[in-house]
Write a protein that binds this ligand. Structure first.
Ligand code: ZN
Length: 413
């Protein structure tokens, strides 16, 4: 049985840090309650020059590019902290319930909209201060900590500055740049940097864990550029492959201004459709649940007041759903742009005769033709246009405007 760190692909250094910290944390618990905490196999005390608990701290930030496994790392570490053996054995109830998301002392915050609000954060901080029911740690995992609002960040900072003794905060963010995580939060946390895992390591895990055929796994791992989740989707989901094919057909289609604007529309509409499909089910379920809870159509005493309250709740729900849909659209568009960027990066490396393998093996011939036609300089200008488009959308430029500008540069060079 593989332990909880097995799916953290190509991150040996980070895993070593986390194992050490989990062992140190177990030593802290043993020192506090010698009899109460499992048998404990980790022997940090035995290591020369290491105090029990020296490798452990109460606030961590996991950084790395999308798909590198930030939240996988945070969850695995949480499991190791809740593990009866302090190792993340993968078999005990502590490991098991943490990994399946049902541990009573592990809270996972996944922002659904574009930001995590202050109300949500305050409630979370309050609950995180309670004594762990399982006798080990209270753990709060915050995915996309870069999407905290300023007020929510401040609420979190207060908790991190004066941590309850058994509470551990695990934050995930793309980087420790002040745009992602405030300097004051950063200064209170230990950083675990994750790297983009090599394609071979991603392919290996697809074969071992998901039973995907080796040749498909290798192609998907390269095409997904080290993004483990995306590699799995490409390997398994024909619709994901179709969407990728459509994106990679863009460079071929750019034959004039009209074609460039058409390509922009197609790209945005495809992202909208993908996003709509991904949130539609959750939206409908939430609406139905709210209607049931409100007892739609009720009459009698209190019904008028209840209806007024209901209107407010429905409005709240619609706001949350709209924010989630916007986020899903941006994520879908960003995935498309990452694929497109890689195509021009392939053309650039070919123009430079750089000895690196193409990301998109299936469009390598088209990239080679581009390299001949544009030269390194033209390929670089196009690659930069895609990256600028991503940055513009991130900075809240209307996606259609950013994508149209990009398409025109991709056509003209
Ligand atoms: Zn365990």
């Amino acid at each position: 049985m593989p332990d909880v760190f097995a799916d953290l692909v190509g991150q040996d250094e980070a895993v070593a840090t986390l194992r050490h910290a989990a062992a140190a944390a177990a030593a802290v618990l043993r020192a506090a309650h010698p009899a109460a905490v499992g048998s404990g196999q980790a022997e940090v005390e035995g290591e020369p020059g290491v105090d029990p608990g020296a490798g452990m701290t109460h606030a961590w930030i996991f950084t790395g590019p999308p798909g590198s496994g930030r939240s996988v790392a945070a969850r695995a570490f949480a499991a190791a902290l809740q593990c009866a053996y302090g190792t993340g054995c993968g078999e005990c109830p502590g490991c098991h319930t943490t990994m399946t998301g049902t541990h009573a002392d592990v809270r996972l915050v996944v922002p659904e909209g574009l930001s995590i609000g202050v109300g949500e954060m305050r409630a979370l901080v309050l609950r995180a201060a309670s004594t762990p029911s399982g006798g080990r740690w209270q753990i709060v995992i915050i995915e996309d900590a870069d999407r905290l609002t300023e007020a929510a960040g401040n609420a979190l900072l207060k908790a991190i500055e004066e941590p309850p003794p058994r509470t551990v905060f695990l934050l995930c963010a793309p980087s420790t740049h002040p745009d992602d995580v405030s300097v004051t939060i950063r200064s209170r946390c230990r950083v675990v940097p994750l790297r983009q895992p090599p394609a071979a390591a991603v392919a290996e895990v697809l074969v071992r864990r998901d039973g995907i055929a080796p040749d498909v796994a290798q192609w998907a791992a390269a095409a997904a550029q080290g993004h483990v989740g995306r590699a799995r989707r490409l390997a398994r989901d024909p619709e994901a492959r179709q969407r990728r094919d459509a994106v990679l057909a863009v460079p071929r289609r750019l034959t004039g201004v009209g074609a460039a604007l058409d390509a922009a529309s197609a790209l945005i509409e495809a992202a909208e459709a993908e996003a709509e499909a991904s949130v539609a089910e959750a939206d409908a379920a939430e609406r139905a649940a709210l209607q049931t809870a409100l007892g739609a159509g009720g009459t009698g005493r209190g019904a008028a007041g209840a209806m007024r309250g209901a209107a407010g709740q429905l409005k709240d729900l619609e706001k949350r759903q709209k924010s989630r849909a916007t986020r899903a659209q941006r994520d879908a568009l960003d995935r498309a742009l990452v694929d497109l960027a890689a195509f021009y990066r392939d053309a650039l490396t070919m123009a430079l005769r750089a000895p690196v393998a193409p990301v998109h093996t299936d469009t390598a011939a088209m990239a080679e033709a581009g390299a001949q036609k544009w030269d390194a300089e033209g390929a670089l200008r196009r690659l930069e246009a895609v990256l600028e488009c991503r940055a513009a959308i991130e900075a809240n430029v209307k996606p259609r405007i950013a994508v149209e500008a990009m398409m025109l540069t991709l056509w003209k060079g």
